[in-house]
Design a protein around this ligand. Structure first.
Ligand code: GTP
Length: 600
């Protein structure tokens, strides 16, 4: 297929607006045979099917004939969520255009806008397209007006399709061919290709999807990975049709996979440049993944540590953006400290551990990375992602917390409630745009630490599920930060330690101590549950001892004559209390404790 007959494009959409269904329809319409019958080929992972989100991109090359000409249409799938926005933007960098899919009954949502902005930033041709027009409550006129108001497209430009029935899908392919420009890039130049997705397969090893920008690459050739400066040899290359189908070469403008002698998935990085030699300039925009949400992952049963270790290593083969360190906790034993791109990323990782590896795990409350400037090195900020690395306040000049640019889209009647929540979470620079009669877009800057716990659930609650939230990282801001520790009879429970903005310390302290009181069994002695900041107690609960009244143990009061025995018994009881208290050996059932710690 000549370069002018190639189109590289993506479908971008809000979750559930029908991207997978439409992708399947495109495969079917172009007679792209599936080796096994599958409902939705494009969404492979169980998590993806259940949650209806695309985590790992699945791309496919489609052959299509129109007006007697053969076309090669490369459908490049993008992960469906902002947590993966870096991966989305790399996938988009492999395209010349996108189909912006909008549910004709739901209309524009926050992710539609975020995706649109990303596509515009990448200079792509955008085809606005309404989906699900077969639905009885589809309202194409209203949605068209909305698209016009929010994104500026004329009504005539907006296509109408149903991925389910197939209506309008041929017209959509025609629009892809007519509106999206073919790739450019000379075959004569040295090889330059973008890695936009990678994964690991047991027998093949590391598979990388690449978009060739310049030059060509063939079986048996050597190439260089720009970010690591390592040389490899192509063992196999081909196109996804939709399964891996070997070809002899890939040329400028084409999309395909390569297998080479890479040992570890960490060597293949999304956004990296594959090139012929060191003189070739890297493609713009490569970034190593930056984890923004951290949590501890522990086996519920300590003897499962090895199994968990194995399961995590396996998952890491296909997700090199998770950062992992071993850690140990007095309450939970051996486990891992994990860094994720965002909350959803963390959730997906947990779910995959549970579903694909049957791991019984506990995941601690998430924290965000803080930056700190210390007196001993005032010129530099260091990042702290683990509460246990938190420096003593006396050594600190200043702290910084990460903030995000949030976009919340909702029906106007929920604006008041949502704004109130945002304000209570320290939102600033609030800005509103009314999209049409019913919808309003609220933009603001929010500390990431304020949204990692329950913000999303709260937003959904306030708006009866109608508000949607998107956010992107927006750097750091100065903040006063406190480390809150929890103690049972003076002994710290390290797994509960958390770092929060100082205005939240008391609230967090109270919440956790109350919860501890609720779940802890009464002991033979009194238990003090304390939350502390620095040396100061900020919240306290007392769990009363179960009082075994030794004086009336046998039903009758120990007689006045037997003073020594009475004393002895009381002494013993006191000693018992003292002993237990001294050791700090508060007995707590594992289950009860887990309900305090567990975030899931
Ligand atoms: P992500 O992978 O998270 O982006 O979700 P998705 O956009 O791929 O959504 P998916 O294709 O899984 O569709 C979501 C739901 O909408 C499913 O229940 C589909 O059956 C339904 N759906 C998709 N397209 C259509 C359509 O054209 N008409 C109707 N009536 N339903 C559709």
């Amino acid at each position: 297929v000549p370069q002018e007959n190639i189109r590289n494009f993506s479908i971008i959409a809000h979750i559930d607006h029908g991207k997978s269904t439409l992708s399947d329809r495109l495969l079917q319409l172009t007679n792209t045979k599936l080796s096994e019958q599958r409902d939705q080929y494009m969404d492979k992972l169980q998590v993806e099917r259940e949650r209806g989100i695309t985590v790992k991109a699945q791309s496919a090359s489609l052959f299509y004939q129109q007006d007697g000409k053969d076309y090669l249409l490369n459908l490049i799938d993008t992960p469906g969520h902002v947590d993966f926005s870096y991966e989305v933007s790399r996938s988009l960098a492999a395209c010349e255009g996108v189909i912006l899919l909008i549910d004709a009954s739901q209309g524009i949502e926050a992710q539609t806008l975020a995706n649109h902005a990303l596509a515009t930033k990448n200079g792509l041709k955008i085809i606005p397209c309404m989906n699900k027009i077969d639905l009885p409550h589809a309202d194409p006129d209203r949605v068209a007006a909305q698209v016009h108001a929010a994104l500026g497209y004329a009504k005539e430009e907006i296509l109408q399709v149903s991925g389910k029935t197939g209506v309008g899908v041929e017209e959509l392919l025609r629009a892809v061919i007519e509106r999206i420009p073919p790739p450019t890039g000379s075959l004569q130049n040295g090889l330059r290709a973008l890695v936009f997705d990678t994964w690991y397969e047991t027998f093949k090893g590391v598979v990388s999807l690449i978009r060739v920008m310049e030059g060509q690459i063939a079986h048996g050739e050597k190439f260089l990975m720009k970010s690591t400066d390592k040389t490899y040899e192509v063992h196999e290359l081909g196109i996804m049709h939709p399964e891996a189908t070997p070809v002899t070469r890939l040329q400028a403008g084409q999309v395909g996979y390569i297998l080479c002698n890479m040992k570890s998935p960490a060597e293949a990085r999304v956004g990296d440049t594959v090139c012929s030699d060191a003189s070739v300039e890297a493609l713009k925009g490569f970034q190593p993944p930056v984890p923004m949400v951290f949590a501890g992952i522990y086996p519920i049963d300590a003897s499962d540590f090895d199994a968990l270790n194995k399961a995590i290593s396996k998952l890491l083969l296909n997700d090199t953006s998770v950062s992992i360190f071993k850690e140990s906790s007095n309450a939970l034993g051996l486990g891992f400290r994990c860094g994720f791109l965002g909350l959803l990323h963390m959730d997906v990782f947990r779910q995959r551990l549970e579903q694909e590896h049957n791991a019984d795990i506990i995941i601690t409350n998430p924290t965000v990375p803080f930056r700190v400037r210390l007196k001993k090195n005032p010129k530099e900020f260091v990042t702290i992602s683990n509460p246990s690395d938190f420096p003593d306040q006396s050594q600190v000049i200043e702290f910084e917390e990460p903030v995000v640019k949030a976009s919340l889209l909702m029906p106007t009647e929920h604006l008041g409630g949502v704004m109130e929540l945002c304000t209570s979470r320290r939102a600033r620079d609030l800005d509103m745009v009314y999209l049409d009669s019913g919808q309003v877009l609220l933009k603001c800057i929010l500390p990431l630490g304020e949204i990692v716990i329950d913000f999303y659930d709260k937003i959904k609650g306030i708006s009866a599920g109608y508000a949607s939230l998107e956010y992107e990282p927006a750097g750091f801001q100065q903040a006063q930060i406190s480390k809150v520790t929890f103690h049972l009879n003076g002994k710290p429970v390290d797994a509960l330690t958390t770092i929060v903005h100082h205005t939240n310390a008391e609230q967090v302290g109270r919440r956790v101590t109350e919860k501890l009181k609720e779940v802890l069994d009464r002991q033979q002695f009194e238990v003090a549950v304390q939350a502390m900041v620095g040396g100061r107690v900020i919240a306290r609960e007392t769990i009363k001892a179960v009082r075994k009244n030794v004086l009336s143990r046998s039903g009758k009061t120990v007689g006045g004559g037997d003073v020594t025995r009475k004393k002895k018994l009381l002494e013993k009881q006191k000693e018992g209390k003292k002993k237990m208290k001294r050791i700090g050996d508060v007995e707590l059932s594992q289950d009860a404790f887990l309900t305090v710690i567990d975030n899931s």
